[in-house]
Design a protein around this ligand. Structure first.
Ligand code: NAP
Length: 307
């Protein structure tokens, strides 16, 4: 595939950064890749995995000659990273990020980005519950959406370049207003994770049911929540703190709807329960039809059955 950028700097090389690195190398999208991570341990591991051409713990150093800078750190750290790299950004460079919240990232990063540098925030809707450079893999973004939330004065040519980059990684790309992004993600991603953290926490706190029973009988539903609840604590702490308003709004709606369900159960209103469960089953079918999951009944457990 053709080279798209002379030099790409990857600031943060965990699950997302290292998946991007693997794709760049695999597809030959850059003349050279500079990898940066704040800790020696992560950087050393990135080097062992051969994720870049140059390695440094200094984000400022990493971005010096870069035409594309991809910031893949927890959203709470994005302001400090922007402040650190600002003075070294090359005129005409594109700076993007992959953070799960967009309003807060823009508030934190935009003031630091110098005139003549194109700041185009982004968010690939793809991930797993694993973190760090070993967790990344080729194909993570394939068939998944990547949302760009460009600022009003964004250069169209720069945006088109970034769009092509994500498309080459296998993504479909949408543009969205940052505030709307944060509302949509609050319901499709943030709320499900919070509910999962909560339900697993509740099970852990129960006195009447032992932990060994919860684990032993988990295949009845509980284990599906534990995958989400195993997600990175730092990342999810930051998501909760940085999309506070939209999450609280969705949690309020969720609590109202839960009360409705609770009432239907209390009053033995089978019709209400059946109607809701029928409606939700149709959503699952739509997700499978849209190619965002498979219809395998035991998705993710197939390999276990083969053992
Ligand atoms: P990760 O695997 O935990 O990697 C995080 C990277 O950020 C590491 O290089 C880490 O460096 C660095 N980092 C951590 N704290 C930092 C700080 N305070 N200052 C500077 N660098 C710091 O994380 P990830 O899953 O790739 O997530 C990265 C971003 O992608 C997050 O903003 C997240 O919201 C977003 N995202 C995640 C997913 C997902 O499913 N995981 C999906 C879409 C978007 P050291 O290891 O050297 O400390």
């Amino acid at each position: 595939m053709a080279k798209q950028f002379e030099t790409i700097a990857l600031v943060g090389i965990g699950l997302i950064g290292s998946s991007i690195a693997r794709e760049i190398k695999d597809k030959g999208l850059a003349g050279s890749v500079v990898v940066s991570s704040r800790s020696d341990a992560t950087l050393k591991r990135a080097e062992e995995l051969g994720l870049g051409d140059r390695y440094t713990t200094s984000a400022a150093e990493a971005v010096k000659d870069a035409d594309l800078v991809v910031v893949s750190v927890p959203v709470g750290a994005s302001g400090a990273v922007a402040a650190e790299i600002a003075a070294n950004l090359k005129p005409g460079a594109i700076v993007t990020d992959v953070g799960s919240t967009k309003g807060s990232v823009i508030t934190q990063m935009a003031p630091h980005i110098p005139e003549g540098v194109h700041f185009i925030p982004g968010h690939p809707i793809a991930g797993t519950e694993y973190s760090g450079p070993d967790a990344g893999f080729i194909g993570l973004f394939k068939g998944r959406w990547c949302i760009l939330t460009p600022l009003p004065d964004t250069d169209e040519a720069a945006k088109a370049k970034l769009r092509t980059f994500w498309e080459t990684l296998g993504s479909m790309v949408d543009d969205m207003d940052p505030e709307h992004h944060d509302k949509v993600l609050a319901i499709v991603s943030h709320l499900p994770h919070i509910i999962a953290y909560n339900i697993v926490g509740t099970a852990d706190d129960l006195e009447a049911v032992t932990e060994s029973e919860v684990i032993k009988y988990s295949a009845s539903g509980f284990r599906d929540f534990t995958r989400l609840a195993a997600s990175d604590p730092t990342m999810w702490r930051d998501v909760c703190l940085h999309n506070k308003d939209a999450i609280l709004e969705m949690l309020a709606r969720f609590s109202e709807d839960l009360a409705y369900l609770q009432r239907a159960i209390r009053w033995g209103d089978g019709e209400k329960l059946f109607d809701l469960f029928t409606r939700t089953r149709a959503i699952r079918r739509s997700i499978v039809q849209a190619g965002q999951d498979t219809d395998m009944a035991d998705f993710g457990r197939h390999a276990m059955d083969q053992k």
